[in-house]
Design a protein around this ligand. Structure first.
Ligand code: 5GP
Ligand code: MN
Length: 337
């Protein structure tokens, strides 16, 4: 995957430490987007790069805000001008954990229109057009894993600091659901072993990421499971829907529904799970599957979305009632899934 030529190209690109660099996350950044981005950020800073910005289209949950470098991330939804300027003034753009401009949310057009050399580091299938240097490996557990490979190919494992190691570890742990999926590649564990050797405390980071529920978030989860879960036994499908009122009732904050969809998939016999969340102007759709069922293509076909085979998402603009009705019909029809 990491052929020498591309690593040399990237090394050349990063020789000049005065160059403006901007690292871009995808919209609704998850642990891998934040971990890979801040891991790379720490590495570049420690290696003498003077002008680096990290931008995210939208805010991300508090349980990801402990990572080194977090304070320096520009959130476009809060500081539009500064974020756009950061993208526009860069001569190298890193697009991490996404491979199509539309995934950069409100920064999509600025990223697409930038004259910078665009580097993609990503593990999603079907990379889009318009990038100059692509490190894409669908076999990698996470983008953080590929960032590890790139840094160690360029400068050796010894150049990975504890700050970088913590961020990359967070990316790997969150994208594998703590090594419960997408993690059958022995290489993932070799990389994790190297990160632990750097001093990463796995149990401590696990608590920072997973054991930081607010009371509201925990009660929202309970409500989802007891009141909002629908199970279609015959179709091996379970789904949960949340209206804006539901969210308001539990004082919803960014990240509070993270992981909820997995519970639906944890019911014995289910191989398809969905979560529908009503946002301001659309319904956010999250899909998970077990086995061969390809939710990436389902999300692409019906919800203008995408993702991985077993984890994907998209959007619906049809309102909650119609969206659910249509989803149930699609599932019953079966052939489209
Ligand atoms: P989640 O359900 O956790 O929001 O997202 C699961 C996976 O689907 C992630 O890999 C994410 O990158 C992808 N995904 C979520 N929403 C979208 C979307 O609107 N478009 C695309 N292309 N991918 C999405
Ligand atoms: Mn990822």
């Amino acid at each position: 995957m990491l052929d020498k030529q591309r690593i040399e190209k990237l090394s050349d690109l990063l020789k000049d430490k005065e160059k403006g660099i901007c690292i871009v996350m995808h919209s609704n950044p998850d642990g891998d987007a934040v971990g890979a981005s801040l891991g790379l950020y720490a590495f570049l800073k420690e290696n003498g790069h003077k002008h680096i910005n990290v931008v995210a289209p939208d805010p991300y949950p508090e349980f990801l805000q402990w990572m080194p470098g977090n304070r320096n991330v520009l959130i476009a939804a809060d500081s539009k001008n500064d974020s756009e300027l950061a993208v526009r003034s860069a001569s190298v753009l890193f697009c991490l954990d996404f491979n199509g401009f539309e995934r950069a949310g409100m920064l999509s057009e600025t990223v697409a229109g930038s004259n910078a050399l665009k580097v993609v580091v990503d593990h999603h299938p079907q990379p889009g057009e318009g990038f100059d240097l692509v490190f894409s490996d669908t076999g990698a557990s996470s983008t953080a894993e590929i960032v590890y490979e790139i840094i160690s190919a360029m400068c050796g494992n010894e150049s990975i600091s504890i700050d970088t190691a913590q961020c990359l570890y967070a990316g790997i742990v969150t994208d594998t659901g703590s090594f419960s999926y997408g993690s059958n590649n022995p290489r993932t564990y070799e990389i994790v072993a190297r990160l632990i050797e750097k001093g990463v405390d796995g149990a401590y980071l696990h608590r920072l990421i997973y054991s930081t529920y607010s009371e509201d978030r925990m009660r929202l989860l309970g409500y989802c499971l007891s009141e909002k879960l629908r199970v279609m036994h015959r179709e091996n499908t379970a789904f949960i829907s949340l209206t804006r009122n539901d969210l308001k009732r539990f004082n919803y904050k960014e990240g509070d529904t993270e992981g909820v969809v997995n519970y639906a998939l944890n019911i014995k016999g289910m191989n398809f799970a969905a979560l529908f969340t009503e946002m301001d102007d659309h319904i956010k759709v999250s899909f998970r599957s077990a086995g061969e069922l390809d939710v990436n293509s389902f999300a692409r076909r019906h919800y203008n979305g995408g993702g991985h085979k077993n984890a994907a998402g998209g959007k619906s603009y049809k309102g909650m009632e119609n969206t659910l009705e249509e989803f149930v019909a699609l599932v019953k029809r079966g052939s489209d899934i």
